[in-house]
Ligand binder design. Structure first.
Ligand code: CDP
Ligand code: CDP
Length: 222
């Protein structure tokens, strides 16, 4: 079990997990952590350096030589690679196309585990990703798995102005050997296909209350 309360939020791409995790953290007055940002930042750096992802030794030595820093500031995760704070560039099509391959590496995932866990050493947080409830914080009592119909998810992505297909990335995330995307046995499963963001967050707050999460006096959704 983590030292501080951790809410784990997992799910496939465009299920709405970032949006609801962020709103939930705000309602709870605690930090919001997007673990995907770390995988994206590493992928961006590898792509930027032109590293051949098929060559394991080049991949490993490039990752080993990266200076990766994760900090929480004003309740949000900030990632720096080689001294530079990552921004919107990690949402590029090139990163979208390569990130699942990079994050399938068991070697890389093992390396990142302590880094993610350390973030919960001195503060409560909502962490969102693919394996937070199954591998990063399997001991937390507060777990959610957010899903939605593939068609709805594709529409949500298009609405956000992104044209990359999420299907392939989802398939890769689900079928990899190391910490694949799946709903933990003790997670609350929410199908958000026909729910608004507010409805999902209210459902989560209700579930947290039932499970004894230390809620602030007024946890309103905005
Ligand atoms: O983080 P993830 O890839 O799972 O999805 P997201 O970027 O948080 O959400 C994708 C889009 O779906 C956002 O524009 C949300 O506002 C929208 N959304 C929605 O319409 N209904 C929901 N119940 C949840 C999210
Ligand atoms: O925003 P979106 O849902 O599209 O993806 P993201 O959360 O930014 O994550 C990008 C990619 O990082 C995922 O497709 C996974 O391959 C990887 N990832 C992972 O393997 N484990 C996590 N805990 C979070 C992300």
């Amino acid at each position: 079990e983590p030292r501080r309360p951790v809410v784990a939020v997992d799910g496939p791409s465009a299920s709405g997990k970032s949006t609801v995790a962020k709103a939930l953290a705000k309602a709870l007055g605690i930090a919001y952590c997007n673990s995907g940002l770390v995988y994206r930042a590493i992928t961006w750096s590898l792509v930027d350096k032109g590293v051949d992802l098929d060559r394991e030794q080049s991949f490993k030595s490039a990752v080993r030589s990266m200076k990766l820093e994760c900090r929480i500031e004003e309740n949000e995760l900030h990632v720096r690679i080689d001294g530079k704070e990552v921004g919107q560039e990690v949402r590029s099509p090139a990163v979208n196309a390569a990130v699942s391959r990079v994050s399938a590496s068991p070697w890389l995932r093992k390396r990142l585990l302590p880094l993610f866990r350390k973030l919960a050493d001195d503060r409560a947080l909502v962490m969102e990703g693919r394996d937070i409830g199954t591998a990063v914080f399997p001991g937390t009592r507060f777990k959610f798995y957010i899903d939605a119909d593939p068609k709805v998810r594709e529409q949500r992505r298009q609405k956000q102005g992104e044209s990359d297909s999420i299907e392939e990335r989802d398939w890769e995330d689900r079928s990899r050997k190391a910490a694949p995307l799946r709903c933990a046995a003790d997670a609350v499963f929410i199908d958000s296909s026909r729910m608004t963001v507010e409805e999902v967050v209210l459902r989560m707050l209700e579930e947290l209350r039932k499970r004894g999460f230390p809620l602030p006096k007024e946890s309103s959704v905005s």
